[in-house]
Every structure is written in C-alpha cells, then in structure tokens.
Design a protein around this ligand. Sequence first.
Ligand code: TXA
Ligand code: MG
Length: 306
Amino acid sequence: MRIDSRQAVQLLNSGGVVALPTETVYGLAASLKFPEAIEKVFSLKGRPADNPLIIHVAMIDQLIPYVKKRPPHFENLAQKFWPGALTLVLEANQEAVPDSVRAGLPTVAVRIPAHPETRQVLLETGALVMPSANLSGRPSATTAQHVIDDFGNAVPVLDGGDCLRGIESTILIYRELRWVIARQGAITPEELEKIIGYSPSMIKGSSKPLCPGQLYRHYSPKTILKPLDKEKEGVVVGFSDRSYPIASAVYALGKLSEPEAVAGNLYAVLRKLDTDGIAEAYIDWDFPEKGLWKTIRERLEKASSK
Ligand code: TXA
Ligand code: MG
C-alpha cells in the first residue's frame, strides 16, 4: 500500500511502522518513542536482535539527547556530508537510546538522510530508526515496489521514487583516536580523507566485527552467483559497454565508465535475477578497484557467498 507523507507522519506518531525513501535505500521506519514499533521492525525484517539500528534525524540538534561526545572532525564530517550518505557511530547516551536500538552496545549509529520528503517527515516525527527496508539477508530496496515485493501489505510505503544513490550509507566509527570504516558505502574513503586528513582504514569482515550483526549474510538473491567463465554459456551479470558473446542473457549493471549508475542499479539487478527465477548467474568481476567500485565489489562478494 502506498501512502503520502501526511499519512506516514500520522502512522509513525501513533506507533506504526512505515517504509520511507532515502537517497541511499528505502528504510523501515519506527519512532524512537514507541518501543513496540521498534520490536516490530526487527520481527518484520526477521532481523536478529544483536544487529543494531541507525537513528535518523532531520537536523543535528535532534541528535543532542542521544549522543555523548563529538569526536574530532565530527563537525567537519557533518557539515560536508549531511544531509547525505554518511552514518557516524558515536558514544551513546544509554538512557535515551533504547538497548534494542544499540543491541546492547555503548555506541549509537546516526545519520541525516537527504531525501526531501523523508526529511520533512523527520521534522514532524523526531528521531526514527531505519534499517534498510528488505527482509534480513536479501538485497536492499531501492524502489517502493521492492519494498512491496518483500513486505506486501504489512508495510505502508511512502513512494519517493528510485533512490538516487541506490547503495547504503558509509558507516564510520571513531576508535583508538581514528575514524575507521565499519561498512563501505556510497561515500568513498577518498572523499573522507579530504575532510579528516587521512585515509580511514577498513574494518575487514575477517577481523573481529564491531557487533555480531555484521557477521550475517547480506544482499543475497536466491540465484547462485559464480565468477564469469568465458567458456560457459549462461546468464551474465555484467556491463552494458562490454560484450559477452556466449551469454544466454545479460543483466547489465550499467557502463564501466559510470560507477554511480552501477551502484544505483545493483540491487534492482540482483532482485530481478530472483523475480525472473534465474537459478545461476555468472558475475563479470573485471572492473576497477578504487572509489565506489570497492563498495560495489564488496556487495557483490556478499551477494555471492552463501
Ligand atoms: O543507508 C543506510 O544506512 C540505510 C538507510 C535506510 O538509511 N540504512 C541501513 O540500515 O543500511 P541497516 O540496518 O540495514 O544497516 C545498519 C548497519 C548494520 O550493519 C549495523 O550492524 C550497523 O549499521 N550498526 C548500527 N549501529 C551500530 C553500532 N552502534 N556500532 C556498529 N555498527 C552499527
Ligand atoms: Mg541492511
């Protein structure tokens, strides 16, 4: 069911759960004032309780009750990237941020999203938790239809069109006197370095995760994804400016010259493999290693691992 922003505000302010558009991916929103709505977000997604949620607000001032300290460069990062696709993990005011939102951690993740309609909603609701609006483990939703495909009528959706970036926010956490990347995302390390003066290192999946939630399967279609094999006929996930002579079908992510567009199409392509009932597909891994391509590579790796 599609709703307008007035209905979204009403539902959220009376303890309901709705899906809202952001510039990254659609989010499954619940107000921080309603613990039972937050519980419903976990149960609707099938999300394990040890995977914490991001708090979204419309303006920095709305964060004051929830966070304790502002680490070095906080102001610069906020000024440069908010509203936008950056999430910051900060020391939480544990009385104000429910345990369930933090999954018991002493920290809280916060972001100001850039979608105009959702910012308007946030001004009228106050802080909302918003995990990506997909069933746990599945590719994120970048259109209202994707949300409806996952949740049917159980979740009313504010249709704000296709998500501009189509890939989740980059998550930064400050520890041992440096910002480190807890999740690669739409903002690149190169962009962050310009603000903080050093290239933030990446917390690798193989090292100890920040929270258990990061160990779970992510972004996966039902389709089994294998590396492209030039000898084998089959469905290829590749690029529209490259040819695949023996492919039986090509699911194009976009042009190699346009990583932003590839990131934007990624989840729609992974979801289409499923809706088309494709059992197996070959990924063309031959693409660049830097900037946004790193995030795209990481998502495809997670999507391929079962
Ligand atoms: O772009 C986005 O960030 C989207 C849109 C809707 O804003 N939201 C999103 O939420 O991707 P979700 O729940 O799908 O992913 C949030 C990630 C999870 O990997 C979770 O483990 C991590 O943020 N996270 C949340 N709180 C954290 C914390 N206190 N410390 C470390 N990681 C945290
Ligand atoms: Mg998610």
